[in-house]
Design a protein. Structure first.
Length: 467
């Protein structure tokens, strides 16, 4: 649907009509939303006119219309002038006794239109909303507090006790909520995700960012079994524990112990985050990483492709600097080479190139050649980088590797891919003296074939650079 900003602005006269037509107004608000969400900018005068025209729709009690009103007001608040004047209309919907359908959206919009000088005026309202029993209202207040931190950090930091209460309460929320999913009676879906805990722990981290001891206490408090029911919130704790272990050697042992415990969490996303965090720790020892590698090895046999992909990607990155630690997974990784998912197969082969021995190189190179044309440049670069490392590891295999690199240089591909191939050939010529003659011959043969339709101009230019 093509929507023109000028025509939409002219249609905005509809907001001044009486009686208000909720259906027609919703359609017009949808057009405005389409413009805003596709990057269209309204000039300040037009944005202000639209803002106050839309504010007149507060007179109508239609629930669907009210939701759209809050959505657009929130987006226009940054470009319109004198937006503070609609505070009283929004405040009516933020009261405790008002319909839960409106409260979350009203809180979000209110925090977009106030400035640093008026934050204290709504402090009591936000603190009450943070500990509200309705998850959508509590989450809206927590996220709004997060956005208020840059302009009123001292005020927001006074809300730590309420935020901590929200983090500890573990109120279940039914799926993704925009503030009106609970319905008029505030009921939630049987499928719960405790997203309020995620928002609360994220806000607590921002409040205590500069106090390391407070962060340590927070991690220890919420890492106890059953304290946090949200996997997303636990992932935040995993990242914080890894950060503390990296920054302070005195905290490394207790934080690594926590990370090791999260490897046995019932949520896969927590397992992966903990394993990744352990593998990324600087100077991680064999004893510290062995359990993480074992967990990832188990995930390699999962029936779910996304699980196998996540596991092999972490192992692939870890094998770049600790190949011996991943060697125990080689048998399971071998089974992924024939995967129908080319992304998984690519990571499997490049991981084996890093962890395998010299006798397996030719076989792996042959398998790589079979599907190079079916993968994106991003994965082609991953393969080339692995071969670049392999060239230096097994110099006796320089002939087959050089033949492979020369072949892919002739193939279609983008600038970054061709650059990676050329740099790999440069390294091979530089660090493996026996490959110098063949390495110089490869670009010569490519330039001599430059008239062929199969060799593009970009490949010819790269070959000429080597020559």
């Amino acid at each position: 649907m093509k929507v023109d900003r000028t025509s939409v602005f002219q249609e905005a006269r509809l907001f001044n009509s009486s009686p208000i037509s909720p259906r027609r107004c919703r359609i017009l608000l949808t057009k405005i939303a389409l413009l805003l969400f596709t990057g269209e900018k309204f000039p300040t005068n037009e944005a202000t006119s639209l803002f106050f025209g839309i504010s007149k729709l507060f007179q109508n009690k239609d629930p669907s219309l009210r939701q759209m009103v809050y959505l657009i007001i929130k987006e226009l608040a940054s470009s319109a002038e004198d937006v503070i004047m609609v505070t009283s209309s929004i405040m009516k919907d933020t009261a405790v006794g008002s319909d839960v359908l409106y409260r979350a959206n009203a809180i979000r919009s209110l925090c977009r239109i106030i400035d640093a000088t008026t934050v204290q005026a709504i402090e009591r309202l936000i603190k009450t909303a943070i500990v509200d029993k309705t998850p959508s209202v509590s989450s809206a207040a927590l996220v709004s507090s997060y956005h208020l931190l840059p302009i009123a950090r001292d005020v927001v930091r006074r809300w730590q006790s309420e935020t901590q209460e929200a983090a500890s309460s573990g109120k279940p929320s039914g799926g993704f909520s925009l503030g009106f999913s609970g319905g008029h009676n505030g009921l939630t879906s049987p499928s719960t995700n405790y997203i309020t805990q995620y928002h609360a722990i994220g806000l607590l981290y921002q409040m205590r960012f500069h106090d390391r001891m407070a962060l340590v206490k927070m991690v220890q408090q919420y890492s106890t079994p059953g304290a946090v029911k949200s996997p997303a919130a636990t992932v935040l704790l995993v990242r914080l524990a890894a950060k503390l272990a990296e920054e302070d050697q005195g905290l490394r042992k207790p934080m690594m112990k926590l990370l090791d415990g999260w490897l046995r969490h019932k949520s896969e996303m927590v397992n992966f985050e903990a394993a990744k965090a352990i593998c990324d720790v600087r100077d991680v020892s064999e004893a510290e990483v062995v359990q993480a590698v074992h967990v990832l090895q188990l995930f390699l046999t999962s029936p779910r492709a996304v699980t196998r992909f996540a596991a092999i990607r972490i192992l692939h990155n870890f094998a770049s600097f600790r190949p011996q630690a991943v060697h125990s997974c080689n048998l399971d990784i071998e089974t992924l080479i024939t995967s129908n998912n080319r992304s998984i197969a690519t990571f499997a082969i490049t991981t084996l190139l890093k962890t395998g021995n010299e006798s397996s190189v030719d076989r792996l190179m042959k398998q790589i050649s079979g599907f190079m044309a079916d993968i994106t440049d991003e994965f082609k670069i991953t393969i080339v980088e692995a071969i670049r490392t392999l060239c230096l590891k097994f110099p006796n295999k320089q002939a087959s590797m050089l033949a492979f690199l020369s072949g892919v240089l002739r193939d279609e591909g983008g600038y970054d891919f061709k650059k990676a191939v050329v740099e790999s050939m440069f390294d091979l010529i530089k660090y493996v003296p026996d490959s110098k003659e063949d390495g110089m011959y490869s670009p010569l043969s490519l330039t001599s074939a430059s008239s062929s339709k199969t060799v593009n101009l970009q490949s010819w230019r790269f070959a000429f650079c080597i020559f």
